[in-house]
Design a protein around this ligand. Structure first.
Ligand SMILES: Nc1ncnc2c1ncn2[C@@H]1O[C@H](COP(=O)(O)OP(=O)(O)O)[C@@H](O)[C@H]1O
Ligand SMILES: [Mg+2]
Length: 291
């Protein structure tokens, strides 16, 4: 999940999709929190458990720091299992786990750079090395999970760039407002590794590594016009996630577990559609039309 813009729903969509893939497709899902704001972590395990992970040195920045120069055999020690406040479904008992985020992730990247720059390498070469190592360290988790969702920060940290390199597919949630065209162009160029929109335009939409997900959709005339325009330049999902109080509420972690139906309430048909589009799973129930 990425977008250089904050507040577009990256963490919200990461958590929603994680719950859906676990509950409806029975997947073992890992959410890796790469944002120093740690919203996905707070949504999945609450403040108390997240602080405990920080105190005991079991966050993503500890993982990178501890394992950077060594073989990472024991990555499972950093993972919090049984995350999220959705109870396991009886029909498809998948599970959500979390590699907790850390406010120190960007400091760690600076420390790793410094540590490695002693080895007579120029700054660019060191940066490439640090990113490459982070990417390999992240890849280790793929062995234990069916789906790994990387929740990226808006900034271009090394971990975020490594995540974009590593991902099989990149989802770009966005709010359909007047700056979204600019935001999507910018992130698309980064994902595809090109410098100009002309270069981007030479890559067919069907061959792009990303797709864009309209969020906070109200369906008014302006948004429809904008979406038609954006669809000329970027691959868009058919799903539109509306602006709903149930989604805003889902941001708050609760101690008591509930079913996914209870948690997402009227957002459910939209979550089903998103799940279906991303995971290709059969839809168990009829969809209601959305605006
Ligand atoms: N579809 C939606 N309906 C209502 N509120 C939403 C929706 N999507 C996101 N939000 C709210 O918007 C805020 C920003 O979302 P967040 O997922 O943290 O964005 P990002 O990770 O891109 O910074 C949060 O308070 C979240 O609850
Ligand atoms: Mg976020």
């Amino acid at each position: 999940m990425t977008n250089r813009k904050g507040g577009v729903g990256k963490s919200t969509m990461a958590v929603m999709l994680a719950h859906a893939a676990a509950a409806w497709s029975g997947r073992r899902v890992l959410v890796m929190d790469l944002d120093t704001q740690c919203n996905a972590s707070l949504m999945l395990i609450g403040g108390e458990r997240w602080e405990k992970a920080c105190r005991s040195g079991h966050t993503i920045s500890d993982y990178f720091y501890d394992r950077f120069d060594k073989v990472a055999e024991d990555e499972s020690a950093y993972v919090v299992n049984n995350a999220g406040d959705v109870a396991r479904a009886r029909t498809a008992p998948g599970a959500v786990s979390l590699l907790p985020g850390s406010q120190r992730l960007e400091d760690i990247q600076g420390e790793l750079l410094l540590k490695h720059s002693k080895k007579d390498l120029d700054a660019d070469a060191v940066a490439v090395q640090v990113r490459g190592r982070m990417k390999r360290l992240m890849r280790h988790f793929g062995m234990d999970f069916d789906l790994v969702i990387l929740d990226c920060p808006p900034g271009l940290s090394f971990a975020a760039l490594a995540a974009l390199d590593l991902a099989n597919h990149v989802l770009v949630p966005f709010r359909p407002d007047f700056v979204s065209q600019f935001a999507l162009d910018r992130v698309a160029m980064l994902i595809e590794g090109v410098e100009t929109s002309e270069q981007l335009a030479t890559i067919p939409l069907g061959k792009r590594r990303y797709s864009c997900l309209p969020n906070c959709w109200t369906g008014d005339g302006y948004e429809r016009l904008l979406i038609d325009q954006l669809a000329l330049d970027h691959p868009l999902l058919n799903t539109r996630i509306p602006l709903l109080a149930s989604i805003a509420r889902a941001f708050d972690w609760e101690e008591t577990k509930k079913t996914i139906e209870e948690k997402y309430a009227d957002a459910l048909p939209h979550l089903r559609e998103l799940h279906h589009e991303i995971m290709g799973a059969p839809e168990p129930r009829a969809r209601t039309a959305h605006a």
